[in-house]
Design a protein around this ligand. Structure first.
Ligand code: ADP
Length: 203
């Protein structure tokens, strides 16, 4: 157990998911502020692409030098290949996903007594929910997401393309143990996240 603001928390592994732009990163930030530890799957993927020698070797063997730029992985070139071809996407996911999972499992083993929040956009699609004590879905209405993502520099087509890869948000909501609704203000989001952390806490 560990203590946050005087509360004793059960050590727990929470799996966080939700649609693109629904507020997952924001919830992770709030968990960190409350003393929890967080891992973002996409950040682990970025690290693997940036500096993992085995990943580099596999990418070069599969796609050749075309996906490298001055020794570093050209992520746009990789994205162009996998977004057009589902078999290429599967190949890349089969390479990266076991490494991502090994990464967060090793991190949790280093501090098993902490409250861990692991953000996995494809938590349910990849059937990883059984690895967690609790699953949480953050959801926002599509028009609100569109507005937020466009403000962040994405085009409507890019948001739609990413959304197509995921199961419908309604299905994620149904599968999750806990729902955080991010349809309103950041304050509303913060209150719900704080409440969730309090619910996890033992008296
Ligand atoms: P995700 O990690 O699920 O893709 P983010 O947490 O990055 O989503 O949120 C997407 C964008 O919307 C970010 O720019 C974030 O600051 C903004 N945002 C998230 N929740 C709210 C909210 N309740 N009100 C206003 N902006 C928000």
């Amino acid at each position: 157990m560990f203590s946050v603001d005087g509360l004793l928390l059960l050590f727990m592994k929470v799996g966080l998911t939700g649609g693109i732009g629904c507020g997952k990163s924001t919830v992770m930030g709030l968990f960190r502020e409350a003393g929890g530890r967080t891992i973002e799957s996409d950040a682990v993927v970025r690290e693997l692409l940036a500096s993992d020698a085995i990943v580099h070797e596999q990418l070069r063997a599969h796609w050749g030098d075309a996906v490298f730029n001055a020794g570093t992985v050209d992520r746009r070139a990789v994205a162009a290949r996998v977004f057009q071809d589902s078999s290429e996407l599967k190949w890349l996911e089969d390479l990266l996903h076991p490494l991502v999972r090994a990464h967060w499992q090793a991190a949790i083993e280093q501090a098993p007594g902490a409250l861990w929040l692991v953000e996995i956009p494809l938590l349910f699609e990849k059937r990883l929910e059984t690895l967690f004590d609790l699953t949480v879905c953050v959801a926002s209405p599509p028009d609100v997401v569109q507005e937020r993502m466009v403000a962040r520099g994405y085009t409507g087509a890019e948001v739609a393309q990413r959304r197509e890869r995921q199961m419908p948000l309604e299905e994620k909501i149904e599968r999750a143990d806990h729902l955080i609704s991010n349809a309103g203000s950041l304050e509303f989001l913060k209150r719900q996240t704080t409440r969730l952390i309090e619910q996890i806490a033992t008296p």
